[in-house]
Design a protein around this ligand. Sequence first.
Ligand SMILES: Nc1ncnc2c1ncn2[C@@H]1O[C@H](COP(=O)(O)OP(=O)(O)O)[C@@H](O)[C@H]1O
Ligand SMILES: [Mg+2]
Length: 322
Amino acid sequence: MSLLEIQDLQVTYRGTQGDVPAVRGVDLVVEAGQTLGIAGESGCGKSTLATAVLRLLPRSATVTGQIRLEDQDILAMTWGQVRAVRWAKAAIVFQGAMHGLNPVRRVGEQIGEPIRIHENVESREVSSRVNGLLEQVGLPAARARAYPHQLSGGQRQRVMIAMALACRPQLIIADEPTTALDVMVQAQVLKVLKDLINETGVGLIFISHDLSVLAETCDRVAVMYAGRMVETGPSQTIFTDPLHPYSAALAGAFPRIGDPAFRYAPAGLPGDPPFPGDLPSGCTFHPRCARAIDVCQTSDVELVPLGLGRMAACLRVSEGVL
Ligand SMILES: Nc1ncnc2c1ncn2[C@@H]1O[C@H](COP(=O)(O)OP(=O)(O)O)[C@@H](O)[C@H]1O
Ligand SMILES: [Mg+2]
């Protein structure tokens, strides 16, 4: 039994301007203790995929396919069952730590909240677990008494990670946890995450636009474009020897820290990802692809196994038309 198994997941937002198919048939598996990175530019459907796993999508979203967490069918659960799974079995760390924290409550109370809700333990034990969690993310226990505004951005993000760990879930989904932080703090938070994976054996889905960060942190990486996976494989090979032209563009785009434009347009790649409500025909990447040939404009592409645990959705790669 895998920790998480997703099959043919489709998520469509229904809006007044028409349907927005943000996730279009994604399969993925995360084994217990494994780390999976999901890469891709802004708008490719990464957060939609992440929020679907814990049924945190808005009502306007229609979801089909299968999501199994430790063999439990997430999409078939009642809201009561979903609430029991959140925090206790799987938890999400979002990008903007400020939004996830209540500004008028001490951070220690907030880290303890999921423990109080999900476990029947005395308040003294809650406090000692909160202190332990703060230590685990490299913050002194005394910071439990601080309010969110008294902490730096990196410290707040670590509080969010501590909160995610509070009920000892088997799976943590970290959605661009370091994107809003400057480079030094980003490295510190990444180290905290890496140490936690090694110490606790928690399974991790790590979402980032930055392939180099994923290559360093994760066992496997999946590259997402326009709502689909276009390449999956061991993280080092995707980074050093990418198969799909989109992965190659991401791998070649070294992060220029402090340049907000970077996350929207990696170096060497013209334009933006398509809007999911208005997708190009054929391979959705063809308008931006330097290697596209005529057939790429009309022929649909699927992920094809290419050996050594690697898969790519590119006709030029799978058919060897290089
Ligand atoms: N609540 C929503 N309603 C309608 N469209 C949405 C909503 N959330 C996201 N989208 C659209 O879905 C697509 C994927 O978004 P998202 O999952 O946030 O991508 P990523 O996390 O990769 O940046 C985008 O085109 C975005 O505009
Ligand atoms: Mg996102």
